[in-house]
Design a protein around this ligand. Structure first.
Ligand code: GDP
Ligand code: IMO
Ligand code: MG
Length: 428
């Protein structure tokens, strides 16, 4: 058995899609376990760029089984469009399946997401508007709709009767919204169910049978540790558990069966949406990183906030995920800088600390403490660790040391080929 989870160690967009695609060359199965179309995972190879939101980043290897686990929230409309687009571009999606237990994003979730953000005004979270939070809230409130319900008229009718009276009363009274009509939803979502019928299966059995047969399984995280509903910078988080524990719940794999956890982090830090970010650079350096790193959201196109690598965040991610190896991406974006900095601690409440405060007010006022290292000319063309400039290696080693996890992989460009395996034992 070889199971490996790929998790974001920062605020998302760490390059999980690229790393998943790279490692999927050796995988039998690739499984998303949480999140939904709020994710935007970019995969680039042979001159083609793909931006995936729901379909796992293992889809480019024919025969590799790709699954959306029970912990994912699925927007059937978005998913069908994504499958269609992939097929149009010549990608075979026949080995892609969806958990019958996965929750369905409904039009009222997206409407609710928009209305709530609007009402929050200055206090908005900066969500992706994909209905993620409202869908997970309905799941926990026990009136969510599951993929299996889309396969049966009676089941879907019953599920809608459970949710609509509450949802509509709430929409009308709180937001003066006309609400949603059952008949239209019923017909539309039965049609989506028909189009997805052959793909809606019991993924928990598939995952466990594969694990028992010793197959190689990759779990592809979406979002990142600091966006985790429990461990992130609450309330500026997403509504699922991107951390490694989420794999067990969101894919139905027992914790004793997860072998390794690869934490993906950029060589610097970015964040999209609101919320504190201590090492943020609002001046020319931030602009430089944004331009060089093309830091604009894959899902919403919003400019990403940029800053130096934060090892306080990195160390926290290593702990809560049990990270066994680090994949550092976008090292090339730091090429040509005279000096590079790593945030090694914060000053807040009159003290110097090396842990993340729970109190967001303290996090917002935290002054980063930096360690400065010499920069390097270029990482271009490096395909082995020793081909990297000595200063770049020193920088990576400092990150590994400060975060408390060994280096497994380094990425020096967006292309599949621009990847350096540092320690194969930490991968599979
Ligand atoms: P994800 O959400 O974690 O999959 O990351 P995104 O795809 O949203 O954002 C990462 C962006 O960086 C994408 O545009 C990737 O093509 C790009 N990328 C990934 N790795 C590298 C790298 O090593 N160097 C450069 N320059 N770009 C990279
Ligand atoms: P990937 O998988 C970066 C952020 C949003 C917002 C917060 C809540 O590409 O790394 P949500 O729509 O989930 O309710 O938004 O989380 N966010 C992401 N930021 N990468 C993502 O996914 C994200 N998914 C959500 O910007 O701040
Ligand atoms: Mg992304």
């Amino acid at each position: 058995m070889a199971t490996l989870a790929i998790v974001g160690a920062q605020w998302g967009d760490e390059g999980k899609g690229k790393i998943t695609d790279f490692l999927a060359a050796r995988a039998n199965m690739v499984v998303r376990y949480q999140g939904g179309a709020n994710a935007g995972h970019t995969v680039v190879f042979r001159g083609a760029t793909f931006r995936l939101h729901l379909v796992p980043s293992g889809i480019f290897y024919p025969g590799t089984i790709c699954l959306l686990g029970n912990g994912v929230v699925v927007d059937p409309e978005e998913l069908l469009a994504e499958i269609e687009e992939l097929e149009r571009r010549g990608v075979d999606t026949r080995s892609f399946f969806i958990s019958d237990r996965a929750q369905v994003i409904m039009p009222y979730h997206k409407e609710q997401d928009r209305l709530e953000e609007e009402l929050r005004g200055e206090r908005r979270i900066g969500t992706t508007g994909r209905g993620i939070g409202p869908c997970y809230a309905d799941k926990v409130a026990r009136y969510g709709i599951r993929m299996i319900d889309l396969l049966d008229r009676e089941a879907l009718s019953e599920a809608l009767d459970r949710v609509l009276p509450i949802k509509n009363r709430w929409l009308r009274q709180v937001f003066n919204h006309p609400g949603f009509e059952k008949k239209a939803l019923l017909e539309q979502y039965l049609e989506y169910g028909e189009r997805l019928r052959g793909r809606i299966v019991d993924t928990v059995t598939l995952v466990n049978e594969a694990a028992e047969a010793g197959k190689r399984i990759l779990f592809e995280g979406a979002q990142g540790t600091l966006l985790d509903i429990d461990h992130g910078t609450y309330p500026f988080v997403t509504s699922s558990s991107p951390t490694a524990g989420g794999v067990c719940v969101g894919a139905g794999l027992g914790p004793t069966r997860l072998n390794k956890v690869l934490g993906v982090a950029k060589a610097y830090t970015t964040r999209v949406g609101e919320g504190p970010f201590p090492s943020e650079e609002r001046g020319p350096l931030g602009d430089h990183l944004r331009t060089r790193g093309q830091e604009f959201g894959t899902t919403t196109g919003r400019p990403r906030r940029c800053g130096w690598f934060d090892a306080v965040v990195g160390r926290f991610a290593v702990r809560v995920n049990g990270i066994t190896g680090l994949a550092i991406t976008k090292l090339d974006v730091l090429d040509g800088l005279e000096k590079v900095k790593i945030c090694v601690g914060y000053r807040y409440g009159g003290q110097t600390r090396r842990t993340l405060p729970t109190d967001l007010r303290l996090l917002a006022e935290s002054q980063p403490l930096y360690e400065e290292l010499p920069g390097w000319e270029s990482t271009a063309g490096a395909r082995s660790y020793n081909e990297l400039p000595a200063a770049a290696r020193r920088y990576l080693e400092a990150i590994s040391e400060l975060c408390g996890a060994p280096l497994a992989l380094v990425s020096v460009g967006y292309d599949r080929e621009e990847t350096i395996v540092v320690n194969p034992d930490l991968l599979f």
